[in-house]
Design a protein around this ligand. Structure first.
Ligand code: GCB
Length: 885
């Protein structure tokens, strides 16, 4: 009897399980065709399609090649499958976690639905189109072309096209929780009142009966704690007519003495919701589990409070792409990022500038990271009905898809939305007012919608350093104002941060203020002993963040900060040290740590830490300052009080950690130098630095490779080869250096040296982006011997024709050389090496051009390179000598 009962129970369980939801991720073996597809090629097997796996973007490569722009247009996807025979009497939903940006979906040729917006999930009930027992084809026509009615219009990130997130088939009983409420979970968990004694939980949603017959059901909710113990329950009987959708709501389930969710204790309860048939076998027709958290928070002019205590938000922004993959990242990549963010000690993330993958919100709940999530309305709005409609629907989708997550506290709807208008000097005041009015009108609608949809969250927008937001009353609309501030980078000095924020706080004492962005670009190849803005060095990035962190600590009225950015990210229009990416990441595009990462560790973590910075610069070269010794600055980060540093066992003394950092001037000798840092608690770190000390007088030089980054005050370590191009210098007596010529210093972007453009034909932009123009000579007083000398050039004159134009020129005679282009000759030790070199004519603008030759230094001649101009000014970007014998 007992056995029969067991078998019966097992059977009932299987039956009821079979009746419940099945989710199947369908990522592999899709077909893809870039562009519109001709009718004769419509069959994915026609050969016009390639096989791809999802996540996929068609801009994986072209957003990173040397041709400006990337494909923005149509792409077709197809997926062939035989539907699971057990799904015959079920509803089948096709669910996309995200596809950029307009999707039209067809099943077996019939339209199944369309969706606008590249960053939120959407789904369609495809049941009626399915044919069981045979092959079915899903096709998706996706379009990422620029569209004035779809946000984002323009922004500093790449708008990759493709189905770049997961796609799922979901099979459910005809009686189920609504899956088509903006592709959300269809059930919403709210905690309208929480304190440490009790939490009130509200559950609401809709049950759908997509069958024909009327059915009687019971909707049940069970709340469980982490151990599985029941902490609340509710149930409701409902009669569902065929083809109807029926709302339910459980008010006032109370959890006593709740475990509060916070980044330190991310405690999650589970709400189990089920629909059961009220008659017959009482099958469970649908069942979902929603993790939820219990916490309360508030923003004021005095900062942020979580669960009743002041809680400064310490966070980072994060984009969703990765080197070599574009934005087509599997969930593991996302998980790795968020684990890393958490491990650095942050408690807050801003998902700039769009909603991100669902797995991310889940991770943030679980890891304990507070979240600001926003829709991609960036830089400007289009005053059209369609733009407004699209923005509102993105916000509605974002909220419904993410509001069950306790981690989410802020819904954002605009980033630097007046930047185009405020920076356009040609606009009249009337035109400006018009733009501001249009923007305000949209902001007010988004604000109202967000308040209606998510009354228990706060609204936010991020503005830039411009009083226009106050003047035109745009910043007065959201609950919280995020300030994207780049003092000491795009403008003014580092310390102006405090001046400005303090004055904003004085003007608007009730305004909750977050620093929503701050940062500096840095490339692992650039290293500077005199770090300054726009040098892309790891060292300046440290200077900036160090200063900001100290300043934040002195402004307790701030709700917090989110630095820009966790990782470098694709920004196709940029051409900095490494082109096509924004390099303000703490980690590189492929997630290597920059120095600054550990400054944050030291600042945020309580576990004792000592860290000698410059892990990416352990092979160095420089000129001696005293015989045999070159002096470089070394930063040590830590969270103790004091650091002692030794080099090769010799103490350089102790220094207090100021803002988690102590800076030492370290005398390096040729070869391996062992650095050891010890703090007042006995915590240690050590690092070996392999230093090549170049003697002042090259006669005594024992090395065999001396490479100089001409026109630059910083060192560049070439990626790949590791060649160290040391800073340039003016020629010294008995030494080496530049004769004549001028370094291009720009004063628009602070004090940047050189140009900010991509250089073709090299992976080492910084070598070519700096140069000496009008240079007369370069001298190395080396000992007699045979050397290889390499000269590096680039044509940087913006007036030079592009390559295409060049090939239209009639000939190479000087008469046809366009104005503004240079032509010069180069001789090495009296022998003419380059005769009338014309970079623009022969190689085009902004292309790296190297020449090398052997040169003999005899009878104390050293090596002397002479530049003679014929047209315009001479130029030189890099010079290198290698000893052959
Ligand atoms: C900003 C923008 C962000 C950019 C960043 C930068 O203010 O909001 O999208 O990437 O500056 O690096 O310039």
């Amino acid at each position: 009897m007992k056995q029969i009962l067991l078998i019966l129970t097992a059977l009932l369980c299987t039956l009821s399980l079979r009746a419940q939801r099945t989710e199947l991720t369908i990522s592999d073996g899709w077909y893809f065709h870039q562009g519109e597809i001709a009718p004769e090629k419509a069959d994915p097997a026609s050969g016009a399609w390639t096989r791809v796996n999802l996540p996929h973007t068609w801009n994986r490569y072209d957003a990173f090649d040397e041709t400006p722009g990337y494909y923005r247009g149509v792409g077709w996807y197809a997926y062939a499958f035989i539907p699971n025979g057990q799904w015959q009497d079920r509803r089948v939903i096709l669910h996309f976690e995200g596809a950029n940006q307009v999707a039209e979906v067809f099943v077996n040729g019939a339209p199944a639905g369309s969706h606008t917006g590249g960053y939120t999930a959407f789904n369609f009930d495809i049941t009626r189109h399915l044919e069981f027992g045979k092959k079915n084809i899903i096709k998706v026509r996706l379009d990422n072309k620029h569209d004035r009615d779809i946000p984002p219009l323009n922004a500093d990130f790449t708008f990759y096209g493709g189905i770049y997130r997961n796609v799922k088939l979901i099979a459910v009983d005809p009686i189920h929780f609504d899956l088509q409420n903006c592709a959300s979970e269809g059930v919403f968990v709210e905690t309208p009142s929480v304190d440490s004694a009790r939490a009130t939980v509200v559950l609401r949603g809709d049950v759908v009966n997509s069958g024909d017959a009327t059915r009687a059901v019971r909707v049940k909710a069970v709340l469980r704690d982490r151990q599985g113990a029941v902490v609340g329950e509710a149930a409701k009987a409902m009669t569902l007519r065929g083809g109807s959708k029926n709302p339910f709501r459980f008010d006032g389930i109370t959890i006593h003495q709740p475990h509060l969710w916070s980044p330190e204790t991310p405690y999650l309860y589970t709400a189990e919701l089920s629909v059961e048939e009220a008659t017959g076998a009482k099958n469970t027709t649908d069942r979902i589990e929603i993790p939820f958290g219990v916490r309360w928070f508030s923003f004021s002019g005095d900062g942020f409070r979580l669960n009743g205590r002041k809680y400064p938000l310490k966070g980072t922004n994060r984009h969703q792409d990765f080197a070599g993959l574009g934005n087509a990242l599997g969930d593991d990549y996302h998980r790795n990022d968020y684990r890393k963010i958490k491990s650095l000690g942050f408690n807050f993330v801003r998902l700039a500038h769009y909603p991100q993958a669902p797995e991310i919100y889940r991770m943030c709940d679980e890891l304990g990271l507070l979240v600001w999530t926003e829709i991609p309305v960036v830089n400007e709005v289009t005053p059209s009905e369609a733009f407004t409609r699209n923005s509102l629907s993105m916000m509605r989708e974002q909220i419904r898809q993410t509001c069950n997550h306790p981690s989410v506290i802020l819904y954002g709807y605009m980033n630097e939305i007046l930047i185009r208008m405020l920076s356009n000097k040609r606009l009249t005041e009337q035109q400006r007012q018009q733009v501001a009015d249009d923007t305000r009108a949209l902001a007010l609608k988004l604000e109202a919608l967000t308040k209606e949809e998510a009354p228990d969250r706060n609204t936010v927008m991020a503005i830039h350093y411009e009083d226009g937001y106050n003047k035109y009353e745009v910043s007065t609309i959201p609950d919280v104002v995020g300030y994207n501030l780049y003092f000491g980078w795009y403008y003014e000095q580092l310390e102006d941060l405090t001046r400005y924020l303090t004055s904003e706080h004085k003007r608007y004492p009730d305004r909750p203020i977050i620093v929503s962005e701050c940062g500096a670009d840095a490339d692992l190849m650039n290293h500077s002993q005199i770090p300054r803005s726009w040098d892309y060095s790891e060292e300046y990035q440290v200077v900036l963040h160090h200063s900001y962190l100290k300043q934040f600590a002195r402004m307790p009225f701030l709700a917090g900060y989110a630095l820009w950015n966790f990782a470098d990210f694709g920004a196709e229009a940029r051409a900095d040290a490494t082109p096509w990416i924004n390099q303000k990441g703490l980690v590189t595009y492929d997630r290597k740590e920059k120095d600054v990462t550990s400054l944050y560790r030291a600042n945020l973590l309580e576990t004792p830490l000592v860290y000698i910075a410059s892990r990416n610069y352990t092979r160095r070269a420089d000129v001696e300052r005293q015989p045999g010794i070159a002096t470089h600055t070394i930063n040590v980060f830590g969270n103790g009080r004091e650091i002692e540093l030794t080099v090769n066992g010799k103490s350089l003394g102790s220094k207090p950690l100021d803002g988690n950092m102590a800076t030492f001037s370290v005398p390096f000798r040729n070869g391996i130098n062992r650095l050891e840092a010890t703090d007042d608690r006995g915590m240690k770190d050590c690092l070996d630095i392999d230093f090549t000390v170049v003697p002042h007088s090259l006669k005594a030089w024992k090395g065999n490779d001396l490479a100089v980054n001409v026109g630059s005050y910083q060192a560049t370590v070439a990626p790949g080869t590791g060649v160290i191009w040391i800073p340039d210098q003016v020629c010294t007596q008995d030494g080496w250096g530049r004769i004549g010529g001028k370094i291009r210093e720009r004063i628009d972007r602070q004090h940047k040296v050189g140009i900010s453009q991509n250089i073709l034909g090299t992976d080492c932009n910084p070598l070519y982006q700096t140069f000496a123009e009008g240079i007369e000579g370069y001298r190395f007083d080396v000992a007699d011997g045979t050397y290889r000398i390499t000269l590096c050039f680039v044509e940087s004159n913006p007036k030079s024709p592009t390559e295409d134009l060049i090939y239209n020129l009639s000939g190479s005679d000087t008469a046809s050389v366009p104005a503004g282009v240079r032509q010069f000759s180069v001789a090495v030790n009296g022998r003419q090496l380059l005769d009338n070199l014309n970079l623009a004519r022969d190689y085009g603008n902004l292309r790296a051009v190297d020449f090398s030759t052997e040169v003999a230094a005899r009878n104390d001649s050293g090596i002397e390179v002479a530049f003679t101009p014929n047209i315009g000014k001479t130029t030189l970007s890099g010079i290198r000598i290698e000893r052959i014998k």
